[in-house]
Structure formats: structure tokens, C-alpha cells
Design a protein around this ligand. Structure first.
Ligand code: PRP
Length: 184
């Protein structure tokens, strides 16, 4: 049993490592059932999804491979610019593969909208989306994930792969970053 106490005292724990582990196992069980007897490829969206992908993939009992893509949103420092740019493409062909895009968080949906179009152009056998967190109230582009860990309110979350200015990714719990720390 963990205390759930974060390294930085001002951080409020939203989901403990134990809660995350339980939910990730449930998601992995769903994927194992849905793709029984088939191979899949997990495509992680760097960098935030890296820890989630590692935990999810280790619980899935299927023949699986990994690939990674890196994208970034630009424009006036916000994520609502609608402009998504690719920094690193996948290494392998997605043609005729069962592709599962793995994301830490679905926010406006602009990144996932961009990725879905990109991957559908590869003509995969199937294309699914797994997200740990869904800020459904923030959606601009109407995308939906097939596997969702938790639906969360509009709060700035860090930990378990997610950052603020590249910090906090290594926190084992998912925490809310209060506004007073958002300029620190
Ligand atoms: C986060 C997250 C998604 C995107 C979601 O990435 O990993 O890729 O934002 O936002 P959207 O739904 O509004 O498009 P971020 O840009 O923080 O990069 P990171 O994963 O490297 O931290």
C-alpha cells in the first residue's frame, strides 16, 4: 500500500500508482480479448505515453511490437492552434497491421485527429486508440478513444509520463499541478 504522497508537497494526487495499475490491467485485458489470436502494434506518441505504453504492453497477452511517433502542437503557445507537426515518423509500415495508438492524454483532440488521418492513410487492418486520461470537456475535434483509463476534469496533470516544462514525468502517481506552480 502506497501513501500516495507526491515528491513535491503542493502536488495533489489524482490517481495513485495502485489505481493506475489496476485500471491499466483492465484496459490490457480488454485489448487481449478484442484481438485474441491476432498480432498488434502499439504506436506510442512521445514523450508522454512512454510509461503508459510500457505498463500496458506488459499486461497484454498477445504477440505485439512497438513503434513510436513524435508530434507537437504549435501556435501562440497554446494547444488550440490546430497546427500539429510531426517531429518523428514511425519506423515501420502500418499497412495491414492491427494498430493501437497509445496516448497519455486526449485533450482538444487535435493531435489525435491528426494522427488518425495519418495512420488511416497507411491502410492498417484496424486502427484503435488507447488513452489513459480523457479530458472530454476540452474536446474541439470530435475524436473518441476505444480504450479509456479515466475521464478527468479540466485540470493540469503531471506524472506517470506527463510533464510540465519537461518536469514531473517520473512521478509514479498522476497529480494535479496547482496554478502557482505553473510558472515556476
Ligand atoms: C500531450 C499528449 C497529446 C496531446 C493531447 O502531448 O501527449 O499528444 O498533448 O493534446 P490535444 O488533444 O489537445 O491535441 P504534449 O504536447 O504535452 O507532448 P509530450 O507527450 O511530449 O508531453
Amino acid at each position: 500500500m502506497h501513501s500516495g504522497t507526491a515528491v513535491t508537497p503542493q502536488l495533489r494526487v489524482l490517481f495513485t500508482r495502485d489505481q493506475i495499475a489496476r485500471r491499466v490491467t483492465e484496459m490490457a485485458d480488454d485489448i487481449t480479448r478484442d484481438f485474441a489470436g491476432q498480432s498488434i502494434i502499439f504506436v506510442g506518441v512521445l514523450k508522454g505515453a512512454s510509461i503508459f505504453l510500457g505498463d500496458l504492453a506488459r499486461q497484454v497477452k498477445l504477440d505485439a511490437t512497438f513503434d513510436f511517433i513524435s508530434v507537437a502542437s504549435y501556435g501562440a503557445g497554446t494547444k488550440t492552434s490546430g497546427e500539429v507537426r510531426m517531429n518523428k515518423d514511425v519506423d515501420s509500415s502500418m499497412a495491414d497491421k492491427n494498430v493501437i495508438i497509445v496516448e497519455d492524454i486526449l485533450d482538444t483532440g487535435l493531435t489525435m485527429g491528426f494522427l488518425r488521418k495519418l495512420f488511416l492513410a497507411h491502410q492498417p487492418r484496424s486502427l484503435k486508440v488507447a488513452v489513459l486520461l480523457d479530458k472530454a470537456c476540452r474536446r474541439i475535434e470530435p475524436v473518441k478513444a476505444d480504450y479509456v483509463g479515466f475521464v478527468i476534469p479540466d485540470e493540469f496533470v503531471v506524472g506517470y509520463g506527463m510533464d510540465y516544462a519537461e518536469r514531473y514525468r517520473n512521478l509514479p502517481d498522476i497529480c494535479v499541478l496547482p496554478p502557482q506552480l505553473q510558472s515556476a
